[in-house]
Design a protein around this ligand. Structure first.
Ligand SMILES: CC(C)(COP(=O)(O)OP(=O)(O)OC[C@H]1O[C@@H](n2cnc3c(N)ncnc32)[C@H](O)[C@@H]1OP(=O)(O)O)[C@@H](O)C(=O)NCCC(=O)NCCS
Length: 191
């Protein structure tokens, strides 16, 4: 069953499914070596890879197997990055999140904003119970992004991710629907 596309935005960024018009901007952004170093996005990466990503993302929205968004600047529509919910298990209520931001748009809070939006929706309207971010242990910046977006570091999983560079140790950062409720409860009891 197709997933309804949510309206996810804050004052600065908006999330929407990728479309064929995004192919040049995605291809250009993904040339940054840190993206293939820290994610499963392949390298080398050309327009055919971006076309395949857009096509598979659109199919995944239709069969609810994965959720992919591009992150755009709300005011201009400029593509800033991508964020996704993968390994979706609707029966178990679990999934994994992944994200990248174009090198030209970094250090302005884009990833944190996008991850907060997607996690709040996935653990809310989408009905998941648990989201996991697997962050390589040498990717301190991404770890801080996940923590700022409400994920809690549950430790290092040795050789957890099969990356082209080899099996990689990863921090397992988790955010649960219960965690969201307890944080909200703490906030409202404090106010
Ligand atoms: C990791 C990554 C997604 C972070 O994206 P980002 O949009 O730069 O992340 P944020 O801006 O939300 O946070 C990063 C930094 O910007 C800082 N920042 C946030 N808002 C800021 C602002 N208004 N002014 C200055 N700095 C700011 C944050 O404090 C943070 O600093 P820190 O690195 O010292 O902690 C990006 O570097 C990336 O795409 N890396 C390669 C792919 C990758 O690692 N993906 C994650 C795989 S798990």
């Amino acid at each position: 069953m197709a997933l309804p596309v949510p309206d996810l935005h804050d004052d600065v960024v908006a999330l929407r499914p990728p479309n064929p018009g995004d192919v040049p901007a995605i291809t250009a952004a993904v040339q940054d070596p840190d993206i293939s170093r820290f994610t499963m996005v392949p390298s080398p990466y050309d327009e055919a890879d971006a076309v395949a990503y857009v096509d598979s993302s659109q199919a995944a929205w239709r069969d609810a197997s994965r959720v992919s968004f591009v992150i755009v600047e709300r005011a201009t529509g400029t593509l800033l990055g991508a964020v996704g919910v993968h390994h979706l298990d609707h029966a178990a209520g679990t999934a994994e999140v992944g994200y990248w931001v174009a090198s030209t748009a970094r250090r302005a809070g884009v990833a944190t904003r996008a991850l907060r939006l997607v996690a709040g929706w996935a653990l809310g309207d989408l009905g998941l119970q648990r989201l996991e971010a697997l962050v390589f242990t040498d990717n301190a910046r991404s770890r801080r992004v996940a923590e700022r977006a409400g994920f809690v570091n549950s430790g290092v999983a040795p050789a957890r991710v099969e990356h082209p560079s080899g099996l990689r140790d990863a921090f397992v950062l988790v955010r649960t629907a219960d965690g969201v409720r307890s944080v909200e409860a703490t906030r409202s009891s404090a106010s």
